[in-house]
Ligand binder design. Structure first.
Ligand SMILES: [Zn+2]
Length: 214
């Protein structure tokens, strides 16, 4: 059995090189259409191994109970990193545990959130956490429909791994939408101001509104 595993007959990876966008400013990792917050290379790799690689393992008939039983770095975590993932499983009655080598490449990029933070336009941000996204989207579309002025001041909504960030040109529009969402979805509102440079000599502040489940 060992030889068959070695020859890659029983298990193998669909590919041994994986490419991901990683934000060079905040460390967010892009998987599919979503950006996931991470604490840097190690944390991004950990997320990839546990949430992405499993589906890339190919195995032949007779193999069962396949799982990733840990991994180790074969090079220092950086923009490209070699790792050995340990695959455990059963072939017939016999258990096996084998390492598979793969390389994760990160492409340095700037995530939409960091682009937005740097942009001059944005004046207010609503951060919604802990609510079903489909539900939020429906309510937001509904409110935009009822009040077109909200849509005029809207810049962009960015999905994060645990919620939604909505950017606005004006603080008034953000506050208004936040009030409606809080009312309709039963959310707690918290406001604070962040100083973001100066404008015509005066400190410029941006409004951050947090909406959370009660
Ligand atoms: Zn970023």
């Amino acid at each position: 059995m060992k030889c068959r595993i070695k020859r890659g007959e029983l298990i193998r990876l669909e590919q041994d090189k994986f490419y991901f966008d990683l934000c060079k400013v905040c460390g967010s990792l892009k998987i599919g259409f979503k950006w996931i917050d991470t604490d840097g290379f190690e944390s991004a790799i950990d997320y990839i191994v546990h949430n992405y690689i499993r589906d890339k393992i190919r195995y032949s008939e007779g193999v069962s109970e396949l799982k990733i039983d840990g991994y180790r770095f074969a090079s220092t975590p950086s923009w490209h990193t070699d790792i050995d993932i340990i695959i455990a499983g059963k072939y017939g009655e016999a258990s096996f545990k084998v390492p598979l080598r793969l390389t994760i490449f990160f492409r340095p990029t700037k995530c939409p959130r960091c682009v937005m933070y740097d942009s001059r336009e944005y004046e207010a941000l609503i951060q919604i956490r802990g609510v079903n996204l489909d539900k939020i989207k429906k309510v937001i579309e509904d409110e935009f429909f009822k009040e077109p002025r909200l849509g005029r001041d809207y810049i962009e909504a960015i999905e994060t791994h645990n919620g939604l960030d909505i950017y606005f040109y004006s603080q008034g529009a953000a506050r208004k939408l936040a009030r409606k969402l809080s009312h309709r979805l039963g959310l707690i509102v918290k406001e604070n101001y962040e100083v973001a440079g100066t404008r015509s000599g005066k400190p410029r502040t941006r409004l951050h509104i947090s909406l959370k489940k009660k």
